[in-house]
Design a protein around this ligand. Structure first.
Ligand code: URA
Length: 233
């Protein structure tokens, strides 16, 4: 979508509107390899390569994947704990927000974006976006537990859950697929069947997986991943 270059630059969060104006005036901004002086020029940030001092900057929407380590809270600020924002590279930190949340001790895949519509789509239970977790837990999952998950559990406080998938992997280990994101959902679902979770990792969301992204590291989604995410698979 075409938009004014100065607006696109300030939307990155890297530059304020007046810094963008100064950068343009100083000839520091190029579009497809050509210096652009005029902020009113219309550009398509999804298609054109825009650079600041020769460095490509992302002026379209941004979607990042973090392999979250334990010990970080999913919040933009916290008086006591380290937040997941501390793991986000500084050029994106002011721009993106986490999509949903993982508990402080949960590890694994957490997305961040500045695209509010996409975040809403991914979080809304209406769209049934699947999220896959690996859990270590007390006890052993039985076929009755599998059936109870698939019928839709009722938690101890009376909360109803959508049907979910429980796959026992071995003694004290299971894979759980849920299509909603209630508070402490997986831990509470497992607890409702007498299996207290001792370790939890999100391995996948909407078909995206961590691949070989190391724990604590962040990467931009590839174009293919982004397209698949927007299609909803
Ligand atoms: N379910 C939980 O219980 N915790 C998480 O962090 C994510 C899903």
């Amino acid at each position: 979508m075409l938009q004014r270059l100065d607006k696109a630059l300030s939307n990155t969060g890297l530059l304020t509107r007046s810094q963008a104006k100064d950068a343009l005036k100083a000839g520091r901004i190029q579009c497809d390899g050509v210096i652009v002086w005029d902020g009113a020029v219309k550009v398509d940030p999804e298609v054109q390569a825009i650079t600041l001092d020769g460095e490509r900057i992302s002026v379209g929407t941004v979607i990042l994947m973090l392999n979250k380590p334990a010990g970080f809270v999913t919040s933009t600020q916290d008086p006591r704990d380290k937040t997941v924002m501390e793991l986000i590279p500084s050029q994106y930190r002011r721009r993106v927000a986490p999509v949903g949340r993982l508990d402080k001790e949960t590890e694994g895949l957490l997305l961040f974006t500045d695209d509010g519509d996409l975040a809403h789509f991914l979080i809304s239970p209406k769209h049934q976006v699947p999220k896959i977790y690996y859990a270590r837990h007390e006890g052993e999952a039985t076929q009755e537990d599998v059936a109870a998950f698939s019928q839709g559990l009722t938690l101890k406080d009376g909360t109803s859950c959508l049907p979910a998938r429980l796959e026992p992997l071995g003694p004290g280990e299971s894979r759980i697929t849920v299509c909603e994101g209630k508070y402490h959902q997986v831990r509470r679902m497992m607890a409702s069947r007498g299996m207290s979770v001792t370790y939890l990792e999100r391995q996948s969301e909407s078909g995206l997986t961590l691949g070989d992204l190391p724990r604590g590291e962040v990467r931009l989604l590839t174009q293919g991943e982004e397209m698949a995410l927007r299609r909803g698979n």
